[in-house]
Design a protein around this ligand. Structure first.
Ligand code: NI
Length: 140
């Protein structure tokens, strides 16, 4: 018997970034990233949507432990990125800070640490018009 459900929890952080690929010339960077390549960077109010899938526990009626999930996301993601410049983070020294890559990084940090249930998807809202999703391979 299988009673799977999904829960999506929202988190927020504010951070600056600059889209710039070190391997590309300044000219090409300007063409590819446009105003997002601006030398001084710019900021976003990011929303992270963490979707966890799991078996509904017969006793609690829940699929995961929200308190532990919140603690995990707060310590690994929010405290690391909130009010920082993403390009200065060690994770993004050779990786462009696009929404795709930020979502992928969050997936990689969380996938093996979800307290109960399995990570299903990371959603990342960057602007009113930009929403990214990342679903990596499930480890373990
Ligand atoms: Ni941006």
């Amino acid at each position: 018997m299988n009673h799977q459900a999904r829960l999506t929890r929202q988190y927020h952080f504010c951070a600056a970034h600059r889209l710039h690929a070190k391997e590309l010339s300044d000219d090409v960077n300007r063409k590819v990233f446009g105003k997002c390549n601006n030398l001084n960077g710019h900021g976003h109010n990011y929303t992270v949507l963490v979707t966890v899938r799991g078996e509904i526990d017969a006793l609690t009626g829940e699929i995961t432990d929200l308190e532990r999930l919140d603690r995990l996301v707060t310590t690994t993601i929010l405290e690391r990125f909130d009010h920082r410049h993403l390009n200065h983070d060690p994770a993004f020294q050779d990786v462009v800070t696009t929404g795709e890559n930020v979502a992928r990084f969050i997936w990689d940090e969380l996938v093996d640490a979800i307290p109960l249930g399995q990570l299903e998807k990371i959603g990342l809202i960057e602007t009113r018009d930009n929403y990214f999703e990342y679903q990596g391979d499930r480890h373990g």
